[in-house]
Design a protein around this ligand. Structure first.
Ligand code: ADP
Length: 393
């Protein structure tokens, strides 16, 4: 009998998951999602490793995370049993562990109470992760669960990077930079040892719907562009990124906007969508000849180039830049525009090598002063690895 690990990423109305088979290395054998949970038409879909759909089933209207988990776990257990595989562990992605959780933890009653304490740090994400964790603890007690935190990789950032220049009492209240996408950066740091073993000072650009960048020095995070929440730093699909805090004050005092309205503008209506007026998806904006689409691409890529300088300074140097996540892995235009803005640093991109999507590849020329790479990220594999490492230590 072989073992399998379920990796779960639970959101407010959706859950994404993958199943890994334990062997010499971990292999992804199933993936799937539950969507529109708690709405009128929730459903679950599961695919095998060939991409064939093994289950597509509607749930009852308003069915929630628990109903979806029952269907997912029962279906997987039946499918896995046919191949003499047993589901034994569950690894969870958890967005914000605050200062309390800086490494993966195994779930027990005390940990669940502790997780509830960090809900206020990410009220839109943390409660939904906890729903899944608690449901599995109560209904599938034989499954051992591990939680992996998106903030944990940045716990190595020095205090001078983590603090805001506010009165110290706010630091004591937990108002500081945490950084996110840590599971992605941890995977890239691990993969860089194989792809570029001599690289030391790397800036990683994680350019998905949410986007951030991280300075990784000798495998450790030194600084990143996201801060107290995942709103800071780069412009993203719909988030504005860095903004003068006085803009929010002006919106309250002079425009009469509520905090909920400002939250909606900053998080849902800004970024690439807000600038272009077309879409949050880089693909749509890249294709458009509208002046505002061009402005959005220029702002987006200039923001990345500016942050390269910022992050390089935190490491006292730079030898490589990695592009990852949806836009980083797939957009040759974004990579080209960023590289051209860094030409003053001696960056030279090889346009032929850059003409590709979703592969591990060096895309800089032989004479470039910095090496440029594409490395597809794999947060789920990182969670599965950490889950096994903790439970079988
Ligand atoms: P998430 O942050 O939700 O995990 P992804 O990492 O999958 O998102 O990134 C999705 C984003 O990647 C899309 O919204 C789009 O902006 C970008 N993207 C994906 N494929 C391409 C492509 N071929 N060209 C340009 N951008 C792309």
């Amino acid at each position: 009998m072989k073992n399998a690990i379920l990796v779960l990423n639970a959101g407010s109305s959706s859950m994404k998951f993958q199943v890994f088979l334990q062997g010499d290395e971990l292999t992804s054998i199933y993936s799937g999602l539950a969507e529109r949970l708690k709405e009128e038409t929730p459903y679950v879909k599961i695919k095998n490793q060939n991409g064939d759909v093994v289950l597509k089933q509607d749930l009852a209207p308003k069915a929630g995370h628990g109903d979806a988990l029952d269907l997912i776990i029962n279906t997987l257990e039946t499918e896995l049993a046919k191949e003499e595989v047993k589901l034994v562990y569950v690894g969870h992605r958890f967005v914000h562990g605050g200062d309390k959780y800086v490494a993966p933890v195994q779930v027990n009653a005390e940990v669940i109470d502790g997780l509830k304490e960090v809900i206020p740090l990410a009220p839109l994400h943390n409660p939904h992760h906890i729903t899944g964790i608690e449901y599995i603890a109560n209904n599938y007690p034989s499954l051992k669960q591990v939680i992996c935190f998106d903030t944990a990789f940045h716990a190595t950032n020095p205090e001078s990077i983590r603090t805001f220049a506010l009165p110290r009492k706010f630091w004591d209240m937990g108002i500081k930079r945490y950084g996110f996408h840590g599971l992605s950066y941890e995977y890239i740091a691990f993969k860089m040892k194989e792809v570029a073993p001599l690289a030391r000072k790397t800036v990683v650009c994680h350019l998905g719907n949410g986007a951030s960048m991280c300075a990784i020095d000798n495998g450790k995070s030194i600084a990143s562009t996201m801060g107290f929440t995942a709103l800071d730093g780069l412009p993203m699909g719909t988030r504005c990124g860095n903004i003068d805090a006085s803009v929010a004050l002006y919106m309250i005092d002079k425009l009469g906007m509520s905090s909920a309205e400002i939250n909606e503008v900053f998080n849902k209506q800004s970024g690439v969508l807000g600038l272009s007026g077309i879409s949050n998806d880089l693909r749509d904006v890249e294709e458009s000849d509208e002046p505002l689409a061009k402005l959005a691409m220029e702002y987006y890529t200039m923001s990345i180039a500016r942050k390269v300088g910022d992050l390089a300074a935190t490491m006292g140097g730079l030898d490589s830049i990695v592009f990852t996540a949806g836009g980083g892995e797939n957009s040759s235009l974004v990579r080209k525009m960023v590289a051209e803005k860094l030409a003053w640093l001696g960056v030279e991109i090889d346009l032929e090598k850059n003409d590709c999507r979703g592969v591990v590849r060096q895309i800089s020329t032989h004479t470039s002063k910095l090496a440029l790479y594409i490395i597809p990220t794999n947060e789920e594999l990182m969670i599965a690895n950490s889950t096994v490492a903790l439970l079988e230590a």
